[in-house]
Design a protein around this ligand. Structure first.
Ligand code: G4P
Length: 528
């Protein structure tokens, strides 16, 4: 690579910030995303993201489900520039009926923003999403939202984050009052106050201070709040964690920001600090080592496939996270699993649902590849040598339904649909062993069943029936000969798509008993 191109690549990598916002529904993710896009000039009027959500419903077919339930099933990517940084926000579905897609999307992020409602604290879905990010050891930044409402005491919130999520925290700013009393925040790093002004909190005034005892705070916030602030910050200085970049980088310490997304309060400070502290794309693990983003040769992996984004074209889009090198439209790369060269002719980049043809893209960017049916989730594409990324976690399904077809004449379409949707990672399929072959579907979120049923009907013309079973756990059974008759009580032995034995259990007791009775076998949570 010439010196000029390697320098260009290095600079482009350095600019990139690719992250996901993780939160429980209603914490304000859409609102915060919208404010960030406004700062980036990617949209010009508030309400655009919500409007786009609505427009997407209008143009999308199977997403009828989303419309009916008022939720977002799909994830898209939004890109904007801010002060020389190229920002990619990965949108993850915000409903509790989320799916494996959500988890996989998180692998494409280099950091995460955890959004917490000041009144509700750490909620169920935040915990799940946090755990996926935490396992990867990526930096997690916290934004505590809705400060304009009465909420929990900030100290209690920090304690809750630590207790429930097991991560230490360092407040970067601190609220001066809350709810109707909210007056502003004190920026601990810059020693300045940012004050809400005006009745509707439309103006923000920033004043430099010597420290939190500066009389200027008293002047602006009044005696009571100024004293409270000084006491709380003193306590934090003495008993709180210190800012430690290395701990932030490795996901052991989360910088915490307080603000109110809807009032645009604290958002800009958050964005600026976040872009400064969040990591650029770093090395990614491969089957035989690592790949650095600055490597000349292009590489990336498919983390999501979405069918029928545009019903007029019946297309499938494979979302690819670029891990190294420069992408150029029309370039030839190796499709490693298929063992052949392919040309990347019509890639797309996303701002919400608008699609632009991409000419060039860099590590950290997400591009959408038109997929005539050649990609599977987890596929690696690389230039030069074969690179295989091991990024995608597999999850153990937790909900199982028996599936059958209503009209036996549709068997062929049914099998095709089952095959393709499994390949997309929509559901996991298991078949029972024995004279009557039953088919079971396993998922992590109920919504996956609904989408599966809907798509079977709309894309393959097949009506199916789903019978929910009592099974709650799947364990891949390896390490010796397996006797199916040993799985009878509250359990069953089935085969996965690769013919590996899998035991489904109705409860933990049944699972533990089976493990104890067959100590010679291994029971794995995910496919070997
Ligand atoms: P989500 O994507 O995480 O599900 O949340 P979303 O942004 O849609 O926000 C959920 C609700 O919380 C919205 O109210 C939104 O206006 C409100 N909200 C977001 N940030 C703040 C904040 O800082 N303070 C206050 N008080 N509210 C906030 P909604 O009534 O459901 O919708 P809307 O009619 O206001 O759009």
């Amino acid at each position: 690579m010439s010196q000029k191109t390697s320098e260009e690549l290095r600079q482009e990598v350095e600019k990139r910030r690719t992250f996901a916002i993780i939160s429980h529904p209603d914490a304000g993710k859409t609102t915060l995303t919208e404010k960030l896009l406004l700062y980036g000039g990617a949209i010009h009027t508030a309400g655009s993201v919500k409007a786009r959500k609505a427009a997407r419903h209008a143009t999308s077919d199977w997403m009828e489900i989303e419309k009916q339930r008022g939720i977002s099933v799909t994830s898209s990517v939004m890109q904007f520039q801010y002060e020389g940084k190229q920002v990619n926000i990965l949108d993850t579905p915000g409903h509790q009926d989320f799916s494996e897609d959500t988890y996989r999307t998180l692998t494409a992020a280099d950091s995460a923003v955890m959004l917490i409602d000041v009144a509700k604290g750490v909620e169920a879905q935040t915990i799940k999403l946090f755990q996926v990010c935490s396992k990867r050891g990526i930096p997690i930044f916290t934004f505590i939202n809705k400060l304009d409402r009465e909420g929990q005491d900030p100290f209690e919130l920090l304690e809750e984050i630590e207790r429930v999520l097991g991560i230490r925290s360092v407040p970067m700013n601190w609220p001066i009052g809350m709810g109707r009393e909210l007056c502003g925040v004190y920026d601990r790093m810059k020693s300045q106050v940012e004050l809400f002004q005006g009745k509707d909190h439309s103006k923000i005034e920033v004043r430099k201070t010597s420290d939190y005892n500066d009389p200027v705070i008293r002047e602006m916030a009044g005696d009571y709040l100024a004293e409270k602030l000084a006491q709380e910050l003193e306590l934090l200085d003495v008993a709180g964690d210190e800012f430690d970049y290395e701990k932030v980088r490795t996901g052991q310490l989360t910088p915490v920001f307080f603000g109110s997304a809807v009032n645009n309060f604290g958002v800009q400070t958050f964005l600026e600090n976040f872009l400064e502290l969040a990591p650029q794309p770093t090395e990614r693990k491969t089957a035989d080592g690592t790949v650095a983003p600055e490597e000349e040769k292009f590489s990336g992996y498919v983390f999501k496939i979405q069918a029928n984004m545009n019903p007029a074209h019946r297309d499938r889009i494979a979302f690819l996270r670029i891990c190294s090198g420069k992408f150029q439209r029309g370039m030839s790369v190796r499709h490693v699993r298929a063992g052949k060269e392919i040309k990347l002719a019509q890639p797309q980049q996303f701002l919400a649902q608008d699609r632009d043809i991409v000419e060039t893209a860099y590590p950290g960017d997400i591009i959408g590849l038109f997929d005539p049916g050649i990609f599977r989730i987890g596929d690696s594409l690389s230039e030069g040598r074969d690179i295989v990324f091991n990024e995608l976690p597999t999850f153990s399904p937790e909900i199982f339904s028996k599936v059958s077809i209503k009209n036996a004449l549709k068997q062929k379409q049914y099998l095709k649909g089952l095959d393709q949707l499994t390949e997309e990672g929509m559901v996991q399929v298991f078949r029972s062993v024995g004279p009557f072959e039953d088919t079971y579907l396993g998922v992590v979120g109920q919504l996956q069943f609904e989408v599966f049923e809907y798509r079977m009907k709309n894309e393959y013309g097949v009506d199916i029936q789903l019978f929910r079973t009592q099974f709650q756990f799947a364990r891949w059974v390896v390490g010796g000969k397996v006797d199916p008759t040993k799985f009878r009580i509250n359990s069953i032995l089935v085969k996965d798509k690769n013919d590996v034995n899998v035991a489904l259990f109705e409860n933990e007791y049944a699972m533990r008993t089976a493990m104890e009775r067959m100590p010679e076998l291994e029971f794995l949570e995910v496919a070997p």
